[in-house]
Design a protein around this ligand. Structure first.
Ligand SMILES: Nc1ncnc2c1ncn2[C@@H]1O[C@H](COP(=O)(O)OP(=O)(O)O)[C@@H](O)[C@H]1O
Ligand SMILES: Cc1cn([C@H]2C[C@H](O)[C@@H](COP(=O)(O)O)O2)c(=O)[nH]c1=O
Length: 216
């Protein structure tokens, strides 16, 4: 029975790596898949992992009907055995419905990968629809870690190392960018709530207020 599976986790927990591995293992057995992605950091039409692997993919623009794309590929004689979708949080809810239709009407497995929540801890519309429709939700097992050593569960957006809570929902970026630029950092809930990033924690630790005071 084919399935729509949503693999989710924070940024930098290995989702794209797993997507590439699933594709690799299937193609090693002669299966052919369609790989969709949207707004990958490596550019349009790419699925890239921080481990250095990258593959070509179909850019799932907002206007694209993903079900129609797969049907058309098949009707042109293309073999399609499965579908992989990376950065699935950026898809429109209607495109997630199209993924469910690929599973139900074409009997193909669809493996979707993405973050569930944005820098304000709110669900992305695409992720919300995946949670509503998926046959199976899988949380990635390689945990990203907060600077304090706890499991990271939330994605913070940073500017100059400080957490921000205002801005557009979608700003493509990375967890290891230039310090002054817009970037991201994964945090545990406690430090996300208190807005304590690694940079602000370091600055607080160096502050004279917390240095031991020696008398005399
Ligand atoms: N130099 C490295 N050596 C080993 N593992 C690495 C290295 N760089 C990145 N990684 C692994 O890659 C993961 C990020 O993978 P990626 O697929 O890009 O994540 P995601 O798609 O979830 O943002 C990191 O959590 C880490 O486990
Ligand atoms: C939290 C958050 C993230 N993004 C962007 C930043 C990256 O380009 C992707 C996540 O990619 P990854 O492979 O999971 O690291 O999402 C965003 O646009 N808005 C946000 O709030």
């Amino acid at each position: 029975m084919s399935e729509l599976v949503f693999f989710s986790g924070t940024m930098d927990c290995g989702k794209s790596t797993l997507a590439l591995q699933i594709g690799h293992n299937r193609s090693a057995r002669g299966l052919q898949g369609v790989i969709f992605t949207r707004e990958d950091r490596a550019g349009a039409g790419k699925l890239s992992s921080r481990l250095g692997l990258v593959t070509d993919a179909v850019e799932a623009d907002p206007g694209m009907d993903l079900y129609a794309f797969v049907v058309e590929s098949m009707s042109r004689g293309g073999k399609v055995d499965y579908v992989i979708v990376d950065e699935a949080q950026f898809l429109l809810p209607t495109q997630i419905d199209q993924l469910a239709r690929i599973v139900d009407d074409l009997d193909l497995d669809v493996f979707a990968f993405g973050i569930t929540t944005d820098f304000r801890t709110k669900l992305f519309p695409g992720s919300q629809r995946l949670i509503e429709l998926a046959d199976r939700l899988e949380t990635l097992q390689v945990e990203a870690m907060c600077w304090c050593g706890a499991r990271a569960t939330h994605n913070a957006r940073t500017v100059g190392g400080e957490m921000v809570v205002e801005g557009e929902q979608v700003v493509v970026g990375d967890v290891r960018g230039a310090a002054e630029a817009v970037g991201y950092e994964v945090l545990c809930r406690r430090h996300h709530r208190k807005r304590v990033t690694s940079a602000t924690a370091r600055a607080a630790a160096l502050s004279p207020d917390v240095l031991p005071v020696t008398s005399g």
